[in-house]
Ligand binder design. Structure first.
Ligand code: SF4
Ligand code: SF4
Length: 92
């Protein structure tokens, strides 16, 4: 699957449906998203592409629901202003 977004080609297998059981994602995830608030424009693109119900956005306030976030990094990849960075779970 190839998706072009913000002049970036995203290629490879992508999960667009929710995994069967994400209630324990925090126990196996090895990285998590972290917002860089000053870069966020509130565009909602990360929310649209997140394969889980793991992002809520109110204005420019982005929250990650870490119980269901699986650390796939899609949100960081699609964020044009690079307002999301993926950090190792142990340093988050
Ligand atoms: S894609 Fe990036 S800039 Fe847009 S709302 Fe998400 S974090 Fe903010
Ligand atoms: S890493 Fe980002 S895109 Fe992936 S599940 Fe977590 S919040 Fe959603």
């Amino acid at each position: 699957m190839t998706v072009t977004l913000h002049n970036r080609r995203l290629t490879g297998p992508m999960a667009w449906t929710s995994t069967a059981d994400t209630s324990t994602a925090g126990s196996w995830r090895n990285q998590r998203p972290r917002l860089i608030p000053e870069k966020c424009t509130g565009c909602n693109v990360c929310w649209k592409f997140c394969p889980e119900p793991a992002i809520t956005i109110v204005g420019k306030k982005v929250d990650f629901e870490l119980d269901v976030c699986k650390g796939c990094g899609v949100c960081a990849e699609v964020c044009a202003p690079e307002a999301i960075e993926m950090v190792p779970e142990e340093s988050a």
